[in-house]
Design a protein around this ligand. Structure first.
Ligand code: C2E
Ligand code: MG
Ligand code: MG
Ligand code: MG
Length: 286
């Protein structure tokens, strides 16, 4: 097994790297206890509707609250989770925490939807739709509370299986999003035939929009294309108002990014939402 490089190019636990063997082994042990000791935590990043500025929901993003190294981002441990065969356990934990949080938000009169990322490896899990369905039902939640984000890799590895799993998930009422859209090799003809609801345009298309007219044109075309397939388009990595305003102009449906909010713990999101409401009311009054 050869670990793939992450977006940021970190190879912290690369399996071929002997010099890091000790670190790897120790981290692997730590990872097992992290799961047992409940050290995985979720941060939530809001997704806003570009037409109204309203918060549509949040994406749950996992972090490892490491006892000595502090809060670790996924790029520092997800590969190892995969390699150690612990991704199934991680997905289970993330889903259960995210759905518990959705229950809390509802109790607080804030019926936010939540999106959870599924690794390409989840494809082999034929029981996934039933299990997720049971997790939602047992909490008394509507299935529409959950969006699952899958990558193009997930869709392309075993097409029949991907179609089967997504069809069953969607039949339950769960929304399906294609994450990091544009970085893989899925053809439009193929996407058109899949049971999906939204495309999340990868950050690498959004970042250069601000100073490259062709990049902006590409984004605009991608949005038109998504709409022609009956799909919603979400832009990832919206960091500044120039990109935000362009996206509004291009008719993009939703945006996520540091301009709106970084991913934050649930408590901070609560404060952020309350603050945003006050601001809107004050604006509305004047
Ligand atoms: P993703 O699902 O595409 O999530 C978006 C990533 O972009 C997040 O990084 C988020 O913090 C970051 N981001 C959001 N807005 C901006 C922005 O304006 N500028 C920049 N530069 N970055 C922005 P994060 O949290 O480090 O997660 C990285 C990746 O790890 C995720 O990419 C996803 O593929 C994976 N991941 C995270 N949580 C989970 C999980 O629970 N399960 C699985 N299987 N994968 C996860
Ligand atoms: Mg995602
Ligand atoms: Mg993404
Ligand atoms: Mg990603």
């Amino acid at each position: 097994y050869k670990a793939k490089s992450t977006r940021s190019g970190h190879h912290v636990y690369h399996s071929d790297d002997d010099s890091h063997g000790d670190v790897r082994l120790r981290t692997l042990q730590e990872l097992r206890s992290a799961i047992a000791d409940d050290e995985l935590v979720l941060h939530y990043q809001p997704k806003v509707a570009l037409a109204t500025g309203n918060v549509q929901g949040v994406e749950a993003l996992v972090r490892w609250n490491h006892p000595t190294r502090g809060l670790l981002l996924p790029e520092h441990f997800l590969e190892l989770v995969e390699e150690a065969g612990l991704m199934h356990a991680l997905t289970q934990i993330v889903l259960s925490k995210a759905l518990d949080q959705a229950v809390l938000w509802r109790a607080q009169g804030e019926p936010l939807t939540v999106a959870v990322n599924l690794s390409a490896g989840s494809l082999v899990d034929r029981d996934l739709p039933d299990r997720i369905g049971a997790m939602i039902t047992s909490r008394g939640l509507p299935a529409s509370v959950l969006t699952l984000e899958v990558t193009e890799e997930f869709l392309l590895n075993d097409r029949e299986r991907a179609r089967d799993i997504l069809t069953r998930l969607r039949a339950l009422g769960i929304r399906i999003a294609v994450d990091d859209f544009g970085t893989g090799y899925s053809s439009l003809a193929y996407l058109r035939d899949l049971p999906i609801d939204e495309l999340k345009l990868d950050q690498s298309f959004v970042f250069p929009m601000i100073n490259d007219e062709r990049a902006a044109t590409l984004v605009s075309s991608a949005i038109a294309l998504a709409h022609s397939l009956g799909l919603q388009m979400v832009a990832e990595g919206v960091e500044n108002s120039v990109a935000y305003n362009d996206l509004v102009r291009f008719g993009c449906d939703s945006a996520q990014g540091y301009l709106v909010s970084r991913p934050v713990p649930a408590e901070e999101l609560g404060a952020w939402l309350a603050d945003r409401k006050v601001t809107t009311m004050v604006r509305g009054d004047s």
